[in-house]
Ligand binder design. Structure first.
Ligand code: HEM
Length: 444
């Protein structure tokens, strides 16, 4: 009765799952090459069908035109919901709309402009701690840096170094566990029996306790600060005039910490890696950074089109930190020749769309200037998703990434000590290895 796209054989899928070298990107690309831009997938022992697509028109339909019929799928809620509780990212329908309206003021241009000085300060003071002229793990450093930036932006100075360190470690563990639950759902029984799940839930409880203490401290002091926590604590729902409950506030803060740092650390590590392997593009970027001299970087300047922004966009086109978007149909629906029943899960393959030579010339090459062409705005490019659920922190992270690159390439030479990393697609698209050196430039 429903006309699903061509299904890949369960045997082929099982073979992929059992292969020690399973690489989900080549699995997707190979199937799409063979079956067209959309195919159907069914997990063994499960009746639910998945539609995988790199058709940008279908993506527009699901994310924008008929977004009302598409919720976040259980792929998000199973892993993240279990560990992180109910946050904006997992809410749907009216409940999501109400929450998004409440949280939006924390991410307006005005709110982010207020955070620019604090971000700048954090980057300079972090770079003072980085060992120079020796090989360091740049991915790890970017992780630590953006983690500090998101915590400062959320809590101002209301946390201490010890709290920061313990939250960081616990979060890394929780993220690893979320990834495993999403990647290997058939091992659920093992995670429960081996107490891995229980241990992670205990760790999350510890983070929640720290967040709760920071909130309580803020309430007791009655201080108003310009950070995200203050805005969220003061925000009131339009319908009943109430604030978020304490539990919801903790869930949202926890999700913002998670959403705001791994994605950004990936994008920065990819940008640095790509620049290290392209002298011409690197020199263009260095010139832009140096031409600015020691002028203070403010919001107005950071959001202007620039070569730095082009580098960031091009890095996220080649290596989108979130490489698939998931949705589930609320009611049955159709698009073009295909139709599907309610609850069908969609995997919109962002990585595939952003590498499709039907839309992007030389799609595997690093060519930041392609974003100078106004046509690029009409091409499939979804690093922050699309439609009303588009990333709430997109301006925040663009400003943050612009600042990081501009400060790094103004003050340091950044060198990778090996070949371009390989993409490691877990929940986000991580580079497998980013080792390199920072060398302080001599003052001119
Ligand atoms: C390079 C950095 C980032 C990337 C690539 C990124 C990407 C994304 C994407 C693709 C989505 C949409 C998911 C979907 O439609 O299913 C999303 C949602 C979201 N992001 Fe980001 N993000 C980044 C940084 C941030 C930052 C810095 C924050 C907050 C401080 C943030 C907070 C959120 C939130 C709250 C949502 C859920 C929005 C909703 O459901 O209404 N993100 N992000």
């Amino acid at each position: 009765m429903y006309n699903y796209p061509k299904k890949i054989s369960t045997l082929a899928f099982l073979k992929y799952l059992s292969s020690p070298k399973m690489n989900i990107l080549s699995f997707m690309d190979n199937n799409l090459k063979e079956l067209g831009d959309t195919f159907c997938l069914q997990f063994p022992f499960n009746q639910d069908k998945f539609i995988v697509s790199k058709n940008p028109e279908l993506a527009e339909y699901i994310l924008k035109k008929n977004q009302i019929n598409y919720n976040k799928s259980y792929l998000s809620s199973e892993g993240m919901g279990l560990y992180l509780g109910n946050s904006i990212n997992l809410r749907n329908g009216e409940d999501w709309k109400r929450q998004r309206k409440l949280m939006q003021p924390a991410f307006t241009k005005k709110s982010i402009a207020e955070l620019v000085d604090l971000m700048t300060e954090e980057i300079y003071s972090f770079m003072k701690t980085v060992p120079l002229n020796v090989e360091v793990d740049i991915y790890d450093l970017m992780h630590q840096l953006v983690f500090k930036i998101i915590l400062r932006s959320l809590f101002g100075t209301d946390y201490n170094a010890q709290e920061l360190d313990s939250i960081n470690k616990l979060i890394i563990d929780a993220q690893e566990m979320c990834s495993k639950e999403i990647q290997h759902p058939y091992l659920k029984w093992w995670y429960i029996l081996s107490k891995k799940r229980g241990r992670t839930l205990n760790n999350i409880e510890k983070i929640r306790k720290i967040i709760n203490e920071i909130i309580q401290k803020r309430l007791n002091s009655n201080e108003q600060k310009g950070d995200i926590l203050s805005i969220l604590m003061n925000a009131k729902y339009e319908d009943d005039g109430k604030n978020m409950s304490r539990e919801d506030l903790i869930n949202e803060v926890l999700f913002l910490i998670i959403a705001g740092h791994e994605t950004t650390a990936n994008a920065m590590s990819w940008s640095i890696s790509l620049l290290s392997h392209d002298k011409e593009e690197r020199e263009k970027l260095i010139k832009e950074c140096e031409d600015l001299g020691n002028k203070k970087l403010d919001w107005e300047y950071l959001i202007k089109p620039s070569h730095t922004s082009n580098v960031i966009n091009e890095s996220m086109r080649l290596y989108p930190p979130i490489w698939i978007l998931d949705r589930a149909a609320v009611k049955e629906d159709f698009f073009g020749e295909f139709s599907w029943k309610s609850n069908t899960t969609f995997i919109l393959y962002v990585y595939g769309m952003q590498h499709d030579d039907k839309f992007w010339e030389s799609p595997h090459d690093f060519m930041p200037d392609r974003f100078n062409d106004p046509e690029s705005k009409r091409k499939p490019f979804y690093p922050f998703g699309g439609g009303p659920r588009m990333c709430i922190g997109n301006h925040f992270s663009l400003v943050e990434m612009n600042l990081i690159l501009r400060i790094l390439y103004h003050d340091y030479e950044v060198e990778l000590t090996h070949e371009l990393p390989l993409a490691d697609p877990i929940i986000t698209l991580r580079p497998n290895k980013v080792l390199g050196k920072f060398i302080k430039k001599k003052k001119k």
